[in-house]
Ligand binder design. Structure first.
Ligand code: A3P
Length: 289
């Protein structure tokens, strides 16, 4: 199948052209945030995107799955940088507005400066991000062919993939946590303690849940429920964009899947680059179950 290989280069980072335009990217940079906005931020495949969109939707509906089962995630928590966002928000009356972004902090920081909006940053250990992103590239016709795994690994470490450097993304956002109203959540804590994480997010959003509401959130955010929910599992996306014969968006959902892909040598290469690029960062990562 021919790839939709249209790319927007914006501030040195390349974006899939069918989703992002110069106009939509400029719109994101000047976005008039409201103090009631909730912004979910993640580097792609860090699970911030889908899992946190579902969690926030369910917290807002107090565990009632109606919205999450009737409205696709890209309409209830649209990506700020995508071309349809501005129009969608014009016709939306939902409060708080829930928005999603993969943009790095150095691009979005100025627009957020005056905002008291709530930001949820989700991260995942970068070896699993890389593996998940590699599999996603294989099915996503709007992304370049990923090439071989060693080539892809090299591009990830060099920061030359779409959406730029994972290292700059996580350091940029987390170093601003004190200045922003930002909660940092990791994929690994969501995996190990979903209930506790939902509780933490609901407290941060100042929407404490009753016991049965929390139980419903946990149930509907489980991997199996989300895999079966077409409003979040991306099965509604046509094959020209996401080739479902080449993979599944809700793929494995595991911590440590990188061990099935990395050779010993690739692991040492990754660790060397990681150590050098993260030497100024105190974050700790969970690499296996
Ligand atoms: P894998 O490819 O490792 O399975 P994003 O939403 O940022 O694009 O990330 C997608 C990744 O999140 C995929 O990882 C997907 O399976 C995982 N994921 C999404 N929802 C999940 C859930 N409820 N539980 C565990 N993993 C989930």
């Amino acid at each position: 199948m021919a790839r939709l290989d249209v790319t927007e280069i914006f501030h040195g980072i390349s974006y899939p052209g069918h989703l992002h335009t110069q106009d939509s990217l400029h719109h994101a940079l000047k976005f008039p945030f409201q103090d009631t906005d909730v912004l979910i931020v993640s580097y792609p495949k860090s699970v911030g995107t889908t899992w946190m969109q579902e969690i926030v939707t369910l917290i807002s509906s107090r565990g009632d799955p109606h919205l999450s089962q009737s409205s696709p995630n890209w309409t209830r928590a649209p990506w700020l940088e995508q071309y349809y966002c501005a129009d969608l928000l014009k016709s939306s009356t939902s409060t708080p507005r829930v928005l999603t972004t993969h943009l790095p902090h150095d691009l979005l920081g100025p627009a957020l400066q005056e905002s008291k909006g709530q930001i949820i940053y989700v991260s995942r250990n970068p070896k699993d991000v890389l593996v998940s992103f590699y599999h996603f590239h294989k099915m996503a016709n709007f992304l370049p062919d990923p090439g071989s795994f060693p080539e892809f690994l090299h591009q990830f470490l060099e920061g030359t993939l779409h959406f730029g450097s994972w290292f700059d993304h996580i350091k940029g956002w987390t170093s601003q946590a004190a200045a922003l109203n930002l909660l940092h959540v990791t994929y690994e804590e969501m995996s190990k303690d979903l209930r506790g994480t939902i509780n933490r997010v609901s407290s941060f959003l100042q929407r404490p849940l009753l016991e049965h509401e929390l139980n419903n959130c946990v149930k509907h955010c489980s991997f199996s429920c989300m895999k079966d929910n077409k409003m979040i599992n991306y099965s509604l996306i046509p094959d020209e964009i996401l080739d479902h014969s080449k993979g599944c968006f809700m793929r494995k959902g595991e911590i440590g899947d990188w061990k099935n892909m990395f050779t010993g040598e690739q692991n040492r290469y990754f660790d060397t680059v990681f150590k050098s690029k993260m030497q100024d960062c105190i974050l700790k990562f969970v690499w296996e179950k």
